[in-house]
Design a protein. Structure first.
Length: 156
């Protein structure tokens, strides 16, 4: 490490004012609220589409598979956003100085850990079993759809 790089690590950051901290925390909380509303719309839309059947047999299989993947993905994102909302709510209350809303290190670690991992794994295995029942062509479409859904999620 060079001398200038070592000096940069020793320079303390400017302290963040309580007002700025509160503003950032509220902004993060509002962001989570908006994400949850968007995901609820996606879940409602996909559930509505899932109830309306397509005309041909192939269209029905493809539509059902795609909508199931969309619904499961949106529900997973919704659970993650709700967990983030809870964490940001606690941070926001802590920034406001509300003593009952302080968070311990153990609680923060629990909130940051992947809480919905078991539910996500069960959904994935359910989708895999359903895809195995379909033909090889629809299995290929499911894999493509899953890859596309993850690519879209990463872009956002």
């Amino acid at each position: 490490m060079t001398q200038s790089a070592e000096n940069k690590h020793l320079i303390p950051r400017k302290p963040v004012s309580a007002v700025h901290h509160e503003r950032v925390a509220r902004s993060a909380l509002e962001f989570c609220e908006e994400q949850i509303r968007n995901l609820q719309r996606i879940v409602a839309l996909s559930a509505t589409m899932q109830r309306q059947p397509a005309i041909t047999s192939d269209e029905r299989k493809n539509q059902q598979t795609m909508l199931c993947l969309l619904t499961d993905t949106a529900e997973t994102y919704l659970m993650q956003a709700e967990g983030s909302r809870e964490m940001f709510r606690i941070i926001s209350h802590d920034a406001c100085g509300i003593p009952d809303a302080t968070i311990s290190a153990k609680s923060a670690a629990r909130l940051l850990s992947p809480t919905g991992k078991a539910n996500t794994d069960s959904r994935t295995s359910r989708g895999t079993r359903k895809a195995a029942r379909d033909t090889a062509t629809s299995s290929k479409r499911v894999k493509t759809a899953t890859t596309d859904a993850h690519a879209i999620a990463v872009q956002h």
